[in-house]
Ligand binder design. Sequence first.
Ligand code: TA6
Length: 298
Amino acid sequence: PQPQVNTHKDRVSATLPTGDSVEILLYGATVISWKSNGKERLWVSEAAKLDGSKPVRGGIPLVFPCFGPPPKDHATGALPQHGFARNSHWEYLGSSSSESGPLSKGGDDSVKLDFGLSSANLSAEAKKAWGYDFGLVYSVTLGKDGLQTMLNVRNSGSTAFDFQILLHSYFSTPSITRTAITGLAGTSYVDKVLNATEHTESNTSISITGEVDRVYKSIPQDTTSVLVDGKPILDVQRDNVRDSVLWNPWIEKAKGMGDFEPKDGYQKMVCVEVGAVDGWQKLEPGETYEGGQILRAY
Ligand code: TA6
């Protein structure tokens, strides 16, 4: 049997014969559900807006062309936090199956869904804030126990531009106190909870016992794993990106976000966000860049 692809007015979903499924909201090209082995692997707030009124609180929001609040003196300075990709209306470009790639062993065991956003269909406000000509193609490939999400950036204009990209993935965990993160030992990070000071990660296994907001940079190994009770539930593999953010808002910050519900939901989620956010990448006219992640669920 073939993978099933269903398009609705505001979203696209795909289901494999194995039962694995993925759902993408056209708003922000935000993956809002990924089920494998019958389990939902992403966390989405019960108060997340799915109507395009604000970026989705959960799933995999897309961060481009800037991560965090943009520097005022930078070309992205007038953009909102995390840029415009996650709050723009993307178009569905279509699906293809049996693509070669890490999740497909050929045949119909995977399906790739493509989404596009270009300067032509950017809001007037975003275009005014960042006037470069660009084309984005976001590919979401669903395989058995795997999901690959890759962002392709093309400079379709005549002047170079600098950008950052990040996949702001919210992963589900049964309990944050039973969760550990591995694969970051020895890496240097900026700790945004400790006044953006630089540190080196000394733990092979990181537990989360309070607010965590760290930008790990130039990570030598390509995979960061999420473990529960000492057993891996998810591998997050970086593909042509070398940084990752580890974030949990914990109690106070969860309280402070109107769209974060339930308030104790911080106990059921952890963000491992792969990206290229340490400094800027320059893209010359006509050049393209592609980066993203390969997720494997256990
Ligand atoms: O990725 C971590 C982070 O940069 C945090 O500092 C926090 O701001 C989070 O993103 C959520 O940002 P948002 O704009 O979605 O509320």
